[in-house]
Design a protein around this ligand. Sequence first.
Ligand SMILES: *Cc1c(COP(=O)(O)O)cnc(C)c1O
Length: 438
Amino acid sequence: MNTHPAQPTPAYPAAPQSAASHPALGATDPELAALVGAEELLQATTLRLIPSENYVSQAVLEASGTVLQNKYSEGYPGRRYYEGQQNIDQIERLAISRARSLFGVEHANVQPYSGSPANLAVYLAFAEPGDTIMGMALPMGGHLTHGWGVSATGTWFRGVQYGVRHDTGLIDFDEVRELAIKERPKVIFCGGTALPRTIDFAAFAEIARETGAVLAADVAHIAGLIAGGAHPSPAPYADVISTTTHKTLRGPRGAMLMCREEHAKAIDKAVFPGLQGGPHNQTTAAIAVALQEAAQPGFRDYARAVVTNARALAEELLARGFDLVSGGTDNHLILMDLTSRKVPGKVAAKALDRAGIVVNHNTVPYDPRKPFDPSGIRIGTPSLTSRGLAARHMAAIAEWIDRGVTAARTGDEDALAVVRSEVAELMAAFPAPGLPLP
Ligand SMILES: *Cc1c(COP(=O)(O)O)cnc(C)c1O
């Protein structure tokens, strides 16, 4: 869904021939190999601040590029519709048991193709078409699949939406409770895509219990922080936990649903045969690898560093006069309101991209501008932390953002080019996991 007019492509250095790193691909399809090489260079030389992105390890990359993808495995371990599952069953069982122990849950389903179908499976398990469901409004920081109108979840179900307070930028639990009592939703979703603050799972659980709703905690963004002990876990509170595996958890593009044993059958039935056919076994394997990595002590250090870096970056941005939604961050994500800087979010995001700083434009709560041309940008620290950047680097990054946003307003392309070369210099000193050295 690209509604934006075509923009000039930023001038990055020429792509290397990626024939060395992907010899078979280079021989079969040089055109595609060159594009992969260009993407490798782009990911290596830019400062990637999109909070839902990361760099997976070489081990995760290898697992997701294996012959496991040749195999059909409809069903679950020990209960398949196809033979030849001697190895696949073990791989899926490994992923399941690692998910259960890492997140402290009784049951895990590792088959959802991505976060959006995982959430659809939650509805399929606990609601009927036409039922009322409740989630955070998209412009307030919620996800499309939490009942927003343009999503199937907002047309097949009656979505009622809560938000954040205008004055604090925080969730108003009195509003959530009143809405839940009035609307009696079957399912309440908590979590979102642009929430810079800790999610109070206990408060949501109390409201869900009071109103007889199923509580679904969508931790897509913060799963890695939870696994690493840098954000409270929803496991004691939520009926079902939905997560992607490719954001802070640093695994392949995929998803998981986790729950107590009482809901296991309903969740499994909803994923298969309810919504999906065969699982993507190469993804299951890569999820298992990522879960193994996330169980190491080093991953706790990573999760803590993601938050430390985000807090340091927020402080540096505040010191430069930027307005941050909710005044700062508790996690990996910062939502910047650029209204006072007199630059629309999209104009700033495109200018920063030309300066080698990759962000996304984003609505801010109570945004007076349109969703496709909003007032804010959303940034985060998962990727830069995976490259080893630390709190001491955040002042330079805040300054680049400051110069980039100013240059966006004044149309100063030369200033953007200077930032671009400074960014590339720092990035060269911090090679990214999984990428060939430039
Ligand atoms: C990213 C995200 C999703 C959707 O994940 P996809 O893999 O893009 O479908 C769902 N919920 C939340 C809160 C997310 O941040």
